[in-house]
Design a binder for this molecule. Structure first.
Ligand code: FES
Length: 316
């Protein structure tokens, strides 16, 4: 994965726990526009790589902004990112988008909780500027903890529905109210902690077809596996690699000299997706959509496996 050296141009305290970092290229070139909903890999001072959604204006080519919530007990390096000063240099990847706006949708419902607001911010900003029809539901414990609330209240007050400090037991009714009576071709986008996304998904499926629900994961979802892992062969560009039961595809491919990019290694970022030419995939990621998994044409090689003896792959 090629990385870009970027300098911290501005730091803003968006809430008690969240700082935004505006990043510009060290070489002075523009970073380029990005698609709303996209994220980048960030390699901070601790050399740990984590994915952060871009939350600047998607059409601003000069800088990218990421928002980092300080998680003191995690090993993700957020404390080190919080300690950065203006002028410090870190590295980022090019943007990747797993939460694309569906352009033909008649209406968009955005559901965010906590720091899950970050991808929704770029989507809301894009839809707002391009006259997209949307509602943004933002769940947070309080206005003090709701990063970017002021910006959203200023830019799209009619579209914003803040739910601040709403007791958990009221969420179900609130979600039903938000999701009932939507135009037929509505798409739902969500991001937040796993229990929040599970709850939204549970309610949403009563109102919206699953194919119209799009989510950004913070952590890998629990996977149902097909039982015991077994060994299989992988064929890539005419070479055959043997994957034992206790090794991942990506480990074996890299060891054999194949050039496969990875980032999260947990099945949540999509960096390692490859094309499947032949073979039965046992999907174990939280990135591919249900229809992508059912098509059997793509695989995340960091976590997924194969249940047939041979898996033929190509770069994606
Ligand atoms: S490296 Fe992130 S999904 Fe495989």
């Amino acid at each position: 994965m090629s990385l870009i050296d970027v300098r911290v141009a501005e730091i803003i305290e968006e809430s008690a726990q969240v700082k935004s970092l505006r990043l510009v290229r060290v070489d002075g070139e523009p970073l380029g526009v990005y698609e709303a909903g996209a994220h980048v890999d960030v390699v901070g001072p601790t050399a740990i790589t984590r994915q952060y959604s871009l939350c600047s204006r998607p059409e601003d080519p000069d800088s990218y902004t990421v928002a980092v919530k300080c998680e003191p007990h995690s090993r993700g390096g957020s404390e080190a990112l919080h300690a950065l000063q203006v002028g410090d240099v870190i590295q980022i990847s090019s943007p990747r988008n797993l939460l694309q706006i569906v352009p033909e949708a008649k209406h968009h419902v955005l559901m965010a909780a906590g720091i899950g607001i970050t991808p929704m911010l770029s989507i809301a900003r894009y839809l707002d500027v391009h006259d997209g029809d949307f509602d943004l539901h933002y769940f947070a414990r309080s206005s003090e903890e709701a990063a970017f609330l002021g910006l959203l209240q200023e830019k799209c007050p009619q579209k914003l529905h803040p739910h601040l400090g709403t007791p958990l037991e009221e969420h179900d009714a609130l979600l039903r109210e938000a999701l009932a009576d939507l135009p037929e071709d509505t798409h739902l986008y969500m991001c937040g902690p796993e229990p929040f996304m599970d709850m939204v998904m549970h309610v949403a499926l009563e109102y919206v077809d699953e194919e119209r629900v799009h989510k950004e994961n913070f952590r890998p979802a629990e996977q149902e596996t097909t039982g015991e892992d077994s060994a299989f062969d992988v064929e890539l560009e005419g070479e055959t690699f043997h994957v034992p039961a206790d090794r991942t595809i990506v480990e074996v491919l890299r060891e054999g000299g194949a050039d496969v990019d990875t980032s999260c290694q947990e099945g949540i970022c999509g960096t390692c997706i490859m094309e499947v030419l032949e073979g039965d995939v046992d999907h174990r990621d939280s990135v591919l959509t249900k229809s992508e998994k059912e098509s059997g044409e793509l695989i995340t090689v960091c976590v997924s496996r194969c249940t047939s003896p041979l898996l033929r792959l190509d770069y994606y």
